[in-house]
Design a protein around this ligand. Sequence first.
Ligand code: BTN
Length: 337
Amino acid sequence: MLRICLARRGADDRKNFKDVKGGLPRVSFREEMAGELKTSRTTIWKGIKSLQKSGYTVEGSPRLGYRLLQIPDLLYPAELSEGLQTEIIAKSPALIHHFLQVDSTNNRLKLLAEEGAPEGTVVVAEEQTSGKGRLGRSWVSPRGKGIWFSILFRPSKPLEDISVFTLLIAVAVARAIKKKLPQIDAGIKWPNDILIQGRKVCGILTELKAEADRLHYLITGIGLNFNSVRADFPPELQKTATSIFLENNGHPLSRKEMAGQILREMDSIYRKYLNNETEEILSLWKAHNITLGKKITIKSLRESFTGKAVDIDRYGALIIAGPGGDKRRFVAGEIIS
Ligand code: BTN
């Protein structure tokens, strides 16, 4: 609240005092802010201290007031929710849970889901100590280097519609990257890896709780390598992984803006999903995919199969034409080459 008050007053004063140099203008006297926020001067002072402890640079002068100089690139709820205008996902800051460190945002969100957290709840962390990847792998998630977050969904849908759901998440991430960095070609490798120039920049892990044919909830975890440099990846991934920073020729970008764009895209495509606009989602996926039309080898639980990826069906399954023209359908698996 205090942070919003400082920023708003900064913006108002910028309009009035165009000649202020360096940072946001000095705007807020403790008394004035205390009045506006209906609290005491001591509470304002404590709030300022706590903002500073959280990484905000606030300059204070007993005579002139406070000035917000710098906002940290941390994914705090107040920052992430600013200007989001989503209808379901993170529709209020209270739905965003931020942690400096967690084992895994998926695990943490699962605890909240079990306690009855509403659809659209988001857990975001600066660092994960046991980030989880697909197929039981781990996901390297160093502090501040990526966008590591998970979102809770509670759609009233039959279990057979879940595969399309996993596709829509990848579409949202690919679209967000395209919007923020139009010059970068981010493509979806079936089912939902995001690659740039053949290297993986983002992985998506969807976990669910269901019984018989009733879905309780879905948790989708997104790991987008953002600020990582080559040395941040383990040696075995250095040739196959990349980050937004690396692909943007070493020019830094705001994590908050990218995370916000992903949430916005996801909110909009998820609403299509709820409206049964499956065809539209499949065609968006196809527009961003880099798998169809290629000769690939897929490894499923039972076998490896090589052929040409020709289509995906309405359930998101991959259709592969074998050397003899015979078509095979894969609902799960990993494309290994
Ligand atoms: C993959 O293997 O491609 C999926 C990686 C998913 C990683 C993300 S990071 C945020 C969320 N929390 C986790 O523990 N995993 C997912």
